[in-house]
Design a protein around this ligand. Sequence first.
Ligand SMILES: NC(=O)c1ccc[n+]([C@@H]2O[C@H](COP(=O)([O-])OP(=O)(O)OC[C@H]3O[C@@H](n4cnc5c(N)ncnc54)[C@H](OP(=O)(O)O)[C@@H]3O)[C@@H](O)[C@H]2O)c1
Length: 379
Amino acid sequence: MPSRPYVLLSCATSADGYLDDATPRRLILSGPADLDRVDELRAGCDAILVGARTVRTDNPRLLIRDPRRSARRVARGLPAHPARVTLTATGHLDRQARFFAPGALRLVYCATPALTAARARLGDSAVLIDAGDPLSPDFMLSDLAERGVARALVEGGARVLGEFLAADLADELNLAVAPFFIADPAAPRLDLPGPGTGGPMTLAETRRVGEVALLRYLLGPGGPDHRFLRWAVELSRQCPPSDSAFSVGAVVVGEDGEVLATGFSREQEDHDHAEEVALRKLAQGQPGPDPRLRHATIYSSLVPCGARASRPVTCVGHIVAAGIPRVVFAWREPRLFTDGEGAEQLRAAGVAVTELPDLAERACAINAHLLSRTPPGAS
Ligand SMILES: NC(=O)c1ccc[n+]([C@@H]2O[C@H](COP(=O)([O-])OP(=O)(O)OC[C@H]3O[C@@H](n4cnc5c(N)ncnc54)[C@H](OP(=O)(O)O)[C@@H]3O)[C@@H](O)[C@H]2O)c1
């Protein structure tokens, strides 16, 4: 298990950047379509985290609304709802809050000095965890990873989002911008420590979701190559499970940083490879390869296959045929299913290949169930 989960920050703001208005009533900035998008995000996560003040002021349920999404999680052996997580320095939490309602695991990370008072207040309504003095978000994330949380959705509020951004603890920010202004300096905005916080983000997507504009940024260490590759690794989590094939994610990025297509193993058909799916999406309705591919990079969590039993054309073959000049991957294929030397074949075909082995552990963890198999030829 990697040392911390993939951390996705999600929030909605007004067009002038406010997260709420200054009144005590809860303001919902998203419309129905955007709330549904967030519901889908929740369904793909192991934990939803909000700050203690959001628990107190908004009293959110933090549940998946659509029962079909919960049913799909259960079918995959997951709890119906992600764990609910909060952090507090004071321990001022009310066990009657919806956060503590049954239906999902509740985790409260509490600074040491407030632990006894918090225990008295919360009793057995949540798992209370001593998170140090001062409370350490780093500790919290590594503890979540140890508890099996691979993907955490941070939904606010202003301080928690700001802290994660400032400490470079986030992999992605999904910012939904609502079509109205709040124009009240007393209302909360992202609470960042000051000028110069964080480096520039990598814009991966802009999309209209009902009346809301969704901006999807990639963050985290290492610049665009690492960020797009981390995203490809995350996509591999969406693969339908298999005992006989790897789960892989792929992202195709154009010269100007525009994401042209994404894919993951078995996304459309049983034997699909991630790169093949992404390229198929781009080929739809086109007489030949998309001309943008001549300057594109394909990011793949596993090295593209150079030998394949299930279909005649390997991913190396698809990439070379499409004219893609650059491949970035995380994990070298262990010799479980084929002996394909994908990276070497790509290089021999004139494709520039970059390996980012520091992300291999993440890509590999998603396939851990396959690795107990005996490789062909091994004694
Ligand atoms: N638009 C959106 O998408 C969205 C989403 C969520 C929330 N919101 C809004 O955001 C506002 C709330 O934001 P907020 O900044 O006031 O509060 P917040 O970020 O929700 O919570 C802050 C609290 O979390 C605890 N905390 C955070 N970092 C900590 C650390 N490093 N160590 C110890 N404790 C820590 C503290 O709890 P204690 O005080 O208990 O010590 C702190 O007061 C509300 O207006 C809410 O409506 C908007």
